[in-house]
Design a protein around this ligand. Structure first.
Ligand code: CAA
Length: 279
């Protein structure tokens, strides 16, 4: 079985790694070769650390890497049995990607979107095969986090749902069925909590205190500010904005501090500055 992953950002590169680790020949497609170069370097460094820690042998690392290829041309998805789209969380961008996939993919290919909250029905509607389109939401870091949310659009067929679920299980993931409403299950609960943490920082609480309180008070592995920096402040803000616009409910209003930070280019770990400073 051949896999194509669209997007070489944090999620796309993690999903590519996960598919190759599970033994699948995987092509990563991104219009920007520079993003792929960065993803390649990050993966090589991660595997070096795993080999040094004795988690992986050099031969195993080489075998996984040999199953990954890179292309900047969507035509490379033409051979794939399963395509997983993981481009930024913008509906127009996702629709444009699915239009291109519709033009090049095999008729029976599964077209999966790693959206964290956008409508699968809307994404599928731009294709001539909305029954083949489904949501499979991974969590960051994709090779580590065990959950995948399965989201069916109005047109997704039973067969596609069953095949996508079986594929996620073959990657070693646990799946849950999530409703096709903004945020699905996890982000609908998690992201408002991160947003509330940002309000507390805006009101004068230190990120360290917010994080220590939540880590020691609820056993979270990372505090909410640390997690927002980890995932990306822009990504988290986009998800929160999706909840706000999707439910038309003021209880989801994004914290203005997050908007200021994004405008200033403080995007969290990836930019070197978020709630915390990174070297
Ligand atoms: N990519 C791939 N693998 C990674 C990784 C990455 N970015 N970061 C860490 N890992 C791997 C490491 O290689 C290591 O693997 P081995 O044990 O085989 O060596 C393993 O993860 C543990 O890493 P560390 O020992 O360095 O660190 P840790 O024990 O502190 O765990 C963590 C790191 C797993 C990220 C942990 O802090 C954690 O679970 N944090 C919370 C993550 C979370 O909540 N994610 C969900 C975010 S919300 C979301 O994703 C939704 C959305 O739509 C954006």
């Amino acid at each position: 079985m051949k896999i194509a992953v669209i997007g070489a950002g944090l999620m796309g590169s993690g999903i590519t790694q996960q598919c190759a680790q599970a033994g699948f020949s995987t092509v990563n497609i991104d219009a920007f070769a520079a993003a792929q170069e960065k993803a390649k370097a990050t993966l090589a460094a991660l595997f070096e650390r795993k080999v040094a820690k004795g988690r992986l042998t050099t031969e195993e690392a080489d075998a996984i890497l040999s199953r990954i290829s890179y292309s900047t041309d969507y035509a490379a998805a033409g051979e794939a049995d399963i395509v997983i789209e993981a481009v930024p969380e913008k509906i127009d961008l996702k629709k444009a990607v699915f239009k291109q996939l519709d033009a090049v993919c095999k008729a029976e290919a599964l077209l999966l979107s790693n959206t964290s909250g956008l409508s699968i029905s809307e994404i599928g509607s731009v294709t001539k095969r909305p029954q083949q389109v489904m949501g499979t939401h991974f969590f960051y870091p994709a090779p580590v986090m065990k959950l995948v949310e399965l989201i069916r659009g109005l047109a997704t067929s039973d067969e596609v749902y069953t095949q996508a679920k079986a594929f996620m299980h073959s990657l070693g993931k646990t799946t849950v069925d999530a409703p096709e409403y903004p945020g699905f299950i996890v982000n609908r609960i998690l992201v408002p909590m991160q947003n509330e943490a940002a309000y507390m920082v805006m009101e004068g609480c230190s990120p360290e205190d917010v994080d220590t309180a939540m880590k020691l008070g609820t056993n979270m592995p990372m505090g909410p500010c640390e997690l927002t920096d980890f995932v990306g402040i822009d990504v988290m803000l986009a998800t929160m904005t999706g909840l706000y616009e999707g439910f038309h409910d003021s209880k989801y209003r994004p914290c203005p501090l997050l908007e200021r930070m994004v405008k200033a280019g403080r995007l969290g770990r990836k930019s070197g500055q978020g709630f915390y400073t990174y070297k």
